[in-house]
Write a new protein. Structure first.
Lengths: 153, 114
């Protein structure tokens, strides 16, 4: 499990051990990865984050067209694995979670423990730091540091 | 017998806090009759997980699947009756419930509903 924000680690580790999820990705609603577990290649994480954010954006637009409340979660149930994709509000803005799970657990357990993860993240969120100015010379270093954190390279 | 009638037969027993029909495979609620304060989604998820694990245990032992599971706590009881159609009947009750009556009611409801 790898997380850019250290305070995410404990809630996410608890979720992983309780839900028995195979793969989990936490990201902002724009697709920026916050933490991941189970991915080994950076390309896979970036693709999954972009696709997950796109799916939830599509469902949000669909619900707007239908005049209903926004749809918070999407489930793709396959014969071998299932995918649970949900949006949730945090003190740091709207985040998305993408969870891949197998037959060793169930959608009900994943939903239940994901709801707990959302609550744990809310409680663990530290006070907002004042925004820093991003300098061009720092940008590449910070980007590389984030990628190293997420993928161990 | 409809699911609502089956659940009603169980919840009218004094001390019962609720009853649910749960999908065994995904642990989701199919139908429920619950008192306020009972988290049906959590009960369904955990009950389906428990039933799945017990099915694994009996399979390892070379025994047929149990027809009734009981999880007793200091403050209450959970009764599970796995059905043949991928559903699970679950009853949540306090420790003061008449267990014999609840057991018969759950078995009867599971037998006539699933």
């Amino acid at each position: 499990m790898r997380a850019i924000e250290r305070w995410v680690e404990v809630p996410l580790q608890t979720f992983l051990s309780e839900s028995a999820a195979r793969v989990t990705l936490l990201m902002t609603s724009s697709g920026q990865v916050v933490a991941q577990h189970g991915f080994t290649r950076s390309l896979d994480v970036m693709s999954a984050a972009a696709l997950g954010a796109g799916i939830l954006a599509s469902t949000a637009e669909l619900s707007r067209v239908m005049g209903t409340r926004p749809l918070d979660a999407v489930v793709h149930q396959g014969s071998a694995v299932g995918v649970y994709l949900a949006g949730f509000d945090t003190p740091r803005g709207r985040w998305l979670g993408l969870v891949v799970f197998g037959p060793e657990t169930s959608l009900g357990l994943v939903q239940m423990f994901f709801a707990r993860l959302v609550g744990d993240l809310e409680r663990a969120t530290p006070a907002e730091e004042p925004p820093r100015q991003v300098l061009a010379e720092d940008f590449e270093d910070e980007l590389n540091a984030s990628l190293r954190t997420l993928f161990g390279r | 017998m409809s699911l609502d009638l089956a659940l009603g037969d169980i919840t009218r027993i004094p001390g019962v806090h609720g009853a649910l029909v749960v999908s065994r495979e995904d642990g989701l609620v199919v139908a429920d009759a619950l008192m306020e304060g009972v988290d049906g989604a959590a009960v369904a998820a955990l009950a389906a997980s428990l039933a799945g694990r017990m099915r694994g245990v009996t399979a390892v032992l070379g025994q047929p699947e149990p027809v009734l599971l009981m999880l007793g706590g200091t403050e209450g009881i959970l009764l599970l009756a796995p059905g043949q159609s991928g559903l699970l009947l679950v009853a949540v009750a306090g420790a003061e419930v008449n267990l014999a009556e609840l057991r018969l009611s759950v078995l009867a409801a599971a037998g006539t509903t699933f």
